[in-house]
Design a protein. Structure first.
Length: 266
């Protein structure tokens, strides 16, 4: 298949509807959030995922269409759309529950693999449900990004770490000896670069030779939902455009700082 040089990046995996305890709701999910923020950085972006046949599914599709993302490869599966119940405490989000719904049935078929094969980077995540398909994209010459959240071990972690190029982990503390050792260990398993994000304490990356630190862009936070996802989006777009690792991370920090100034992930 001839690679489409105009299509640069994509995300494949989870679509959630984030439902706040005060009744507000927003379309989200790590992979969808990353796709939206990449597209907002004026880079051609593709997306694959799944919604259910419920009202939340229609709500999510409407939101995706408003962002101008192509929904031709968003599957509609009989059942309930994945959702997250979110509570805000002093501007910080707490996830109370997050049933997968129809995402439990999701995978990348040949049609989706062909659609994504034109991209330089495809991003997915722990709840994207496509970890068993990542090697198929890498065999087609696509670089893989994966968000592991704070899940440092387990079956999905072991599968994905050996089948991705850019690995992102969340860490509740800041730069310390433990996390430096951990991301160095993870990088030795295959990824080109492993990142650790520390929320309002910045981020760190290791590329097999040296560590790169990045600070934050200060902002008045009202809702931190989607901050990590938007950081990933900004960083990946920087890497896809050939920016240095440090500049890519700083771009990610800038996108994240904008995200936390409004409610919802985008």
């Amino acid at each position: 298949m001839e690679r489409n040089k105009n299509v640069l990046v994509a995300a494949a995996g989870d679509i959630y509807v984030d439902v706040y305890t005060d009744g507000r709701r927003y379309a989200g999910g790590n992979c969808l959030n990353v796709a939206v923020h990449m597209k907002r950085l004026d880079i051609e972006t593709r997306f694959c995922g799944a919604v259910g046949t419920d009202e939340n599914g229609r709500f999510a599709l409407d939101a995706i269409n408003r962002e101008g993302l192509d929904t031709s490869h968003v599957k509609v599966i009989e059942g309930e759309t994945a959702k997250t119940l979110v509570r805000l405490v002093n501007g910080n989000r707490e996830f109370l529950e997050y049933p997968l719904g129809v995402m439990e049935q999701y995978y990348l078929g040949e049609e989706e693999l062909d659609y994504l094969s034109g991209c330089i980077i495809v991003h997915s995540a722990m709840w994207g449900c496509v970890h068993n398909d990542l090697h198929k994209l890498r065999e087609r010459g696509v670089k893989i990004s994966f968000d592991f959240s704070d899940i440092y071990e387990g079956e999905i972690t072991e599968i994905a770490i050996r089948n991705c190029d850019y690995a992102f982990f969340s860490y509740s503390r800041s730069d310390d000896e433990y996390i430096r050792g951990f991301i160095k260990e993870m990088q030795a398993k295959g990824p080109e670069i492993v990142f650790a994000t520390f929320g309002d304490r910045g981020s760190l990356a290791y590329n097999g030779e040296y560590y790169t630190k990045c600070g934050i862009v200060p902002a008045d936070a009202v809702d931190t939902l989607g901050a990590g996802d938007s950081y990933i989006a900004g960083t990946l777009v920087g890497l896809a455009r050939g920016l240095s690792l440090g500049d890519s991370m700083m771009q990610g920090a800038g996108v994240a700082s904008e995200t936390i100034t409004f409610f919802g992930a985008w």
